[in-house]
Design a protein around this ligand. Sequence first.
Ligand code: MN
Length: 242
Amino acid sequence: MRTLLISDLHLEDQRPDITRAFFYLLDQFQGAVERLFILGDFFEIWLGDDALTPTAQQVAARLQQFGDAGCSVFIMRGNRDFLLGEQFAEKCGAKLIDEPYFVELAGRQCLLMHGDSLCTDDKLYMDFRKMVRNPAWQKEFLSKPLDERIAFGKQARNQSQEDAKDKTYEILDVNQDEVLNVFREHRVPLFIHGHTHRPDRHQINIDKSNYERIVLGDWHRQGWYLIADEAELELRSFEFPG
Ligand code: MN
């Protein structure tokens, strides 16, 4: 079984180059992988399944096709597209999954997350997360007229850019204690997430056992994916097609 994992594409109408690069990746793997995991921030912003952008429509149709060629598609929400719902997942022929999600990859038990919950040093963000992940808040937000939702989205984006000016490089990365907590709590040898935009493979030794944390890359300037078969995992990047 071959599995493809991606995250942090941040798809939006203003960046057709990212959508093209995503379709280029799907073209290469169509019929050649049995599972595709999208680990959050698939879209730059999500205002509700009833407010699909042209990009979202195209992506749903293309994913549906990709799935029909013999692949199970799984979508996890990130901190930007946390409102993505069942209705859109269904349109993609995908299954919506929650974190933490467990799967076997390359013969190892593996834990999948988006990664924002690891950034506990970012107090401002953790407060925001608590608010918007509350089901009651989400229900109320999704019942607002679309123009109000758009206004909120813009404001949240500006606020997060404003706040980011005061945050150091370390604050925006994962908190190492939180990473250890995750390994200790779930007891898995492998942990994969995105969010930080710092693609890498980290080997960690805890209580004399070896663990690995793989961080997927974002698609701002190039594409990133992790490909796994029964024996191996490989983190790869590629240039956007011209
Ligand atoms: Mn994120």
